[in-house]
Design a protein around this ligand. Structure first.
Ligand code: SF4
Ligand code: SF4
Ligand code: FES
Length: 828
């Protein structure tokens, strides 16, 4: 796209060739009304209110593309008539319940009705029964629905569930005379609106991954959170800009806070909202917010015990759900006191990035997740993407839909949600321990072979052979027929029958032996039938390639080889590489802390059970603030350092207090934000100077981007051959969480309550005669776990998931680092 100049209402602006007029206007703070359009999704033309005149022709700003020199007018007599009529139509039969409606105060129908000055109504139609429906976490009020279709659009184009569609409203037809007498666009819009309503594809309930994004984008109060409904007016809530702390996506959120009740003035979080034009939340971010650790006063005795425990300890063990500032405090304590720092999950990730850097020449991966949204060919490897990082799934889906893209999903466990993302995604369920084969296959399919190191090229060639196959071809064969004809004999003048030869070409099927390339990697990786044919179709017109790498790789027994293969794919193919950090701040911890392998003999745990436990869950020896009670920064998959703010007060001690007692010196935890500048990639920025918003053009102004640190790449690009016979024996289990669960903090939130244990697909439960809530025992070589079984309708395949979101379950004991393990599952 090239930079062009267009004029809107006489104002010259710069934009990109092909940019939608609406987005060009928004980026330059020019207001064009728009109801149905969602940035990052396809225009649906449901509302028609974004009418403008471009070079003398009336067009829809959300659908028309900018061209160099274009002159746009946002207001003409006809456009004003249309807009007025459109808003009148939207107000037909809209119940006047703004006094109690959730959306009141931030309702686009209210805003545009006022903006356009609708003070009388010209249209009417008999209303039909439109009763409220309850869809689990959401309520739908069809009486308020203006059929903008934002909900169906975001679910299809962004989330990938396509769980909503339109249904018949059952209304009277609009009078035919209106077609002639009323403004044309307003008539068409009304005609469409009057015919339909929204319904879940599953009928009377919503069968989806419960992200709630449809309710976030709803411009009116039609789709709302069932838990929030009728609890507060929007204007009473204080918005606290923050960063979601549940996974590594680091989504922008606002905690919305108000006093609990007249009797209880303590504040609580009423809901979480997001800048849905630029960021999409999963349900954990949206509904899992009430995980604060209420502490009424400083417990001096517990604090003294904690200081004593730290004085005695030689090790601090912690998980990655901490801020960068806390990670820096731990690192500084290590430097001052010689503690060993234990966090195996972040350590394996740091080690994977280090192995990758030896070939890539950069200390971290280089491509933020947002670039995946721009690709048109995406590959995901090593991740149960739906639950590991929902935003990675949204990015893959969005790339397929908006860029006419295609995707490959390599994972041992089938996922029906991924399969349902459309015909342009190929899911390949390879065996665990064959991840290296997947990477070799990607190199084989996409690398510029003559540029590859000779050994690697030869190794890839060793998987190829020619084989003879029989193909059936249709050929044309000449057939000669003798036909009898009547002909006049020239001598006798008599008509007589003669025989004539006639030939024609007829199709005939013949078998033919042909030599074809046989790529054994395809068989090892277990690609589906007609792989070559499907790939040819999927790769047509593709030019922007993105590879996402997940946590199965970081803790893999052959992680080093995999990291080097990832770097080689990046170097010798057109794929950019994004790594999915496993936990909310794995990337930050991996960059800031120097982590150890072996713990010592006396251990203090921060949100990890140990000899002395500091706990933001309130389950340890000294309470700590939960992440919604903390200021600080988190490093996200977007290679960005995002600020988060405290939504709720915390009256107890913090890690910073302990650090000060041990000799460090900082008044506030966020004094460490500026000190992060000493770490490669981070900046010396003051916490209070960090922005946390998006601009009208969608530019992310949240904290700052990490700078990518270059290191000298090694000349040694060698990788080792993989073992084709490597496999785990017998029945297997996988360490992964169900939808919406990530950690100890999502588990107990009011709307996401879940019992940690084993999760299986419906097919698995039927085949093994198991029922929801059964007590089961999982037996692995290292450990046995007695727990509860849950059936997950969003799971596929034959491999149970053992959840890791509840640390009390200690499910990690079943696994030897790698996320797959041989284990049997039996009903107790
Ligand atoms: S909650 Fe999310 S997945 Fe479910 S219908 Fe709404 S947008 Fe779609
Ligand atoms: S429920 Fe909301 S988002 Fe969906 S069509 Fe109705 S008004 Fe639009
Ligand atoms: S915003 Fe353009 S048609 Fe609705």
């Amino acid at each position: 796209m090239s930079e062009i100049t267009i004029t809107i209402d006489g104002q010259e602006i710069q934009t990109q060739e092909g940019e939608l007029i609406l987005n060009a206007a928004r980026a330059n703070d020019i207001f064009i009304p728009a109801i149905c359009y969602l940035t990052r999704c396809s225009p649906t033309l449901a509302c028609r209110i974004c009418l403008v005149e471009a070079d003398g022709k009336q067009v829809y700003a959300c659908n028309a593309k900018s061209k160099d020199g274009m002159s746009i007018t946002t207001s003409t007599e006809n456009i004003e008539l249309e807009k007025r009529a459109i808003m009148e139509v939207y107000d037909v039969n809209h119940p006047l319940q703004c006094g109690v409606c959730d959306q009141s105060g931030e309702c686009e129908l209210q805003n545009y009705t006022l903006e356009i000055g609708v003070d009388s109504q010209s249209y009417a139609i008999k209303d039909v029964d439109r009763s409220t429906e309850h869809w689990g976490l959401l309520n739908y009020d069809p009486g308020l629905c203006i059929m903008c279709e934002r909900c169906t659009t975001v679910c299809k184009d962004m989330i990938g569930d396509s769980a909503l569609s339109t249904r018949k409203r059952g209304a009277d037809d609009i009078s035919a005379e209106l077609k002639e007498s009323m403004p044309k666009d307003a008539y068409s819009m009304w005609n469409k609106l009057n015919k339909s309503l929204i319904e879940p594809n599953a009928g009377d309930h919503l069968d989806c991954t419960d992200c709630g994004e449809c309710s976030a984008v709803c411009p009116v109060g039609a789709l709302v959170s069932a838990n929030f409904q009728y609890t507060s007016n929007a204007w009473e809530l204080k918005q606290v800009p923050a960063t979601c702390t549940h996974c590594s996506a680091g989504c922008q959120i606002n905690y919305e806070v108000k006093h609990d009740s007249i009797e209880n003035t303590q504040e609580k979080i009423y809901r979480v909202t997001n800048e849905w034009n630029y960021v999409s939340l999963c349900g954990a971010g949206r509904y899992g917010y009430d995980f604060e650790n209420r502490v009424e006063a400083k417990d001096e005795a517990a604090f003294a015990n904690a200081v004593a425990a730290l004085e005695k300890a030689d090790t601090i063990t912690f998980d990655s759900q901490i801020t960068n500032e806390e990670a820096l405090i731990l690192q500084k304590l290590k430097e001052a006191k010689g503690y060993k720092l234990i966090n195996d999950e972040a350590r394996t990730f740091a080690s994977f990035m280090k192995d990758y850097s030896e070939i890539s020449g950069t200390t971290t991966y280089k491509t933020p997740l947002k670039e995946v949204n721009k690709a048109n060919f995406v590959i995901s490897v090593g991740s149960a993407i739906k639950t590991d990082n929902p935003n990675a799934r949204f990015a893959m889906n969005n790339a397929m839909i908006m860029n006419k893209g295609a995707a490959m999903y390599f994972h041992p466990v089938a996922d029906p949600v991924v399969d349902a993302m459309g015909k342009n995604i190929m899911a390949i369920n390879h065996a665990p321990m064959q991840e290296e084969a997947v990477m070799y296959l990607i190199l084989d399919l996409f690398a510029k072979k003559d540029a590859l190191p000779a050994d690697l090229s030869e190794y890839l060639a060793s998987f190829h052979s020619t084989k003879t196959i029989t193909v059936t071809e249709t050929v044309k064969e000449k057939v000669v027929e003798i036909v009898k004809e009547m002909k006049v004999n020239e001598e006798t003048g008599e008509e007589e029958e003669i025989e004539v030869e006639k030939s024609k070409m007829v199709p005939k099927k013949v078998d033919k032996e042909v030599e074809v390339d046989d790529n054994r990697l395809l068989e090892i990786v277990n690609v589906p039938k007609k792989f070559d044919e499907t790939m040819e179709k999927m790769l047509k017109k593709k030019d922007t390639f993105a590879l996402m790498v997940g946590a199965d790789f970081y803790s893999h027994p052959n992680a080093k080889n995999l990291a080097r293969l990832v770097a080689l794919v990046e170097k010798y193919t057109d794929f950019s590489v994004t790594m999915i950090p496993e936990k909310s701040n794995t990337l930050g911890v991996a960059m800031i802390c120097d982590l150890d392998v072996e713990a010592g003999s006396s251990v203090v745990g921060y949100n990890v059970k140990a000899d002395f436990t500091l706990s933001a869950k309130g389950e340890g020896d000294l309470d700590m603030p939960a992440m919604n009670q903390q200021e600080g920064t988190l490093t996200s998959i977007q290679l960005r350092v995002n600020p988060t703010n405290a939504a709720l007060a915390y009256k107890g001690y913090e890690l910073n207090d302990l650090a000060n007692a041990l000799g460090l010196k900082a008044e506030l935890t966020v004094d460490y934000t500026e000190m992060l500048g000493a770490i490669d990639g981070f900046e010396s920025a003051k916490f209070d100077d960090l922005p946390n918003h998006y601009t009208n053009s969608g530019e992310e102004k949240r904290g700052y981007e990490l700078s990518i640190t270059e290191v000298t790449a090694s000349d040694d690009e060698s990788v080792v051959a993989f073992d084709e016979n490597a496999a785990l024996s017998g029945a297997l289990v996988y360490a992964a969480n169900p939808t919406l669960q990530f950690n100890d903090f999502t588990k107990d939130t009011k709307q996401l309550q879940a019992t940690a244990g084993v999760f299986v697909s419906e097919a698995y439960a039927t085949a093994h005669e198991l029922a929801e809530g059964d007590k089961v025992v999982v037996e692995a070589a290292n450990a046995t776990l007695e727990t509860t079984l849950s059936i997950d309708s969003k799971m596929g395949g034959e491999m149970p998931f053992v959840a890791s979101f509840d640390s009390n379950l200690n499910s990690g004991a079943l696994f030897d680092g790698y996320r797959f393990a041989s284990a049997t599952l039996k009903k107790v």
